[in-house]
Design a protein around this ligand. Structure first.
Ligand code: COA
Ligand code: MG
Length: 294
């Protein structure tokens, strides 16, 4: 299975620092659909070189899992991104997370770098996936509509912390703990931009990693809105996220009912059922739920 195929169904995307072999092994053994090995913020500046070596070795030692072992490289603006790729691509990760892209031009650059490195290391062309963190800078937050047309761009996520820093905000939360409008806007820009790019929208992390109930609420809300998955920062979050982004038995039963109903009345565009009107969008949504359960 390729990294891109894995990403298309991936619900939980678990971050793990790239300088910790112990945590990388734990993350790999977890239920996370995709493991995001971090070379960016989780690794201190003077540890980056060592971490690249560790990550390459870890990928080599876990060949059968590589489709779900992805690497967050440093942003293009850092000057470290190409050296990150040169180190990790010989070990063929399933994909790469690009933080802080300024817009389409950055994804174009990554696409070219990956094409060259795939050719250099006998990796099938176009099989290394890309996920962008689309809202970490003001520019990129206004550019989420620009990412269509890259076959390897399979997911898009968003972040509120770096954006708040860039905007000079002292907080991104309201007094009751919700994101302020600016960050909800960024979240929606990610959701809609991902759809434009035909990529999977991935909800940002819940940093309070012991708060299971809060995670469930956030994950269920995001799933209902059209997000396909969520970032995790602790292995215990992965199972909860997987559950919340999988259709429940009840949703599945309802979806099968709707599909059966339309099949029973071929040629009918609108059907009354249990006191509500069902039309084509309902049928498409039901079919999507059944597909998701597979
Ligand atoms: N991946 C793999 N293993 C992890 C993990 C992760 N993301 N988070 C925790 N673990 C491991 C711990 O190492 C510990 O294992 P051990 O008992 O064998 O030592 C076990 O799970 C329990 O951890 P716990 O005590 O609950 O948490 P912690 O205080 O050790 O770690 C964090 C808390 C936040 C430091 C840790 O969860 C983490 O490193 N998260 C990812 C951070 C990251 O990559 N950030 C960058 C993107 S935002
Ligand atoms: Mg960040």
């Amino acid at each position: 299975m390729s990294g891109i195929a894995t990403a298309h169904g991936a619900r939980s995307w678990l971050f793990v620092p790239g300088d910790s072999e112990r945590k990388m092994a734990k993350a790999c053994a977890s239920e996370a659909d995709i493991v995001l090995i971090d070379l960016e913020d989780a690794v201190a500046e003077d540890e980056k070189t060592d971490a690249r070596v560790k990550v390459q070795q870890f990928l080599r030692d876990n060949e059968s899992e590589r489709h779900r072992l992805w690497v967050r490289i440093n942003p293009l603006s850092s000057g470290l991104a190409l050296s990150d790729l040169v180190r990790i691509m010989p070990a063929a990760p399933g994909g790469v997370m690009l933080p802080k892209p300024i817009g389409r031009k950055d994804v174009e650059r990554i696409d070219h770098y990956l094409a060259a490195l795939e050719a250099a290391h006998d990796i099938e062309p176009g099989t290394t996936g890309v996920i962008v963190v689309a809202t970490e800078t003001p520019h990129s937050t206004l550019a989420t509509r620009e990412y269509g047309g890259f076959d390897r761009l399979c997911a898009m996520t968003w972040g509120a912390e770096d954006l708040a820093t860039a905007l000079g905000a002292s907080t991104n939360r309201t007094p009751t703990g919700d994101y302020t409008f600016t960050y909800q806007f960024a979240r929606s820009a990610c959701l809609i931009g991902a759809s434009v790019a035909e990529a999977r929208a991935i909800e940002t992390m819940h940093g309070d990693f012991r708060d299971e109930a809060g995670l469930r609420t956030l994950a269920r809300t995001a799933s209902a809105e059209g997000f396909g998955g969520m970032i995790a920062i602790h292995p215990a979050q992965a199972a909860i996220i997987n559950e919340c982004f999988s259709p429940s038995a009840e949703e599945l039963t309802k979806a099968h009912e709707i599909v059966a109903l339309f099949a029973a009345y071929p040629g009918k565009g609108t059907i009354g059922h249990g006191g509500v009107m069902l039309d084509r969008p309902h049928l498409l949504r039901a079919e999507a739920i059944i597909a998701r359960a597979r």
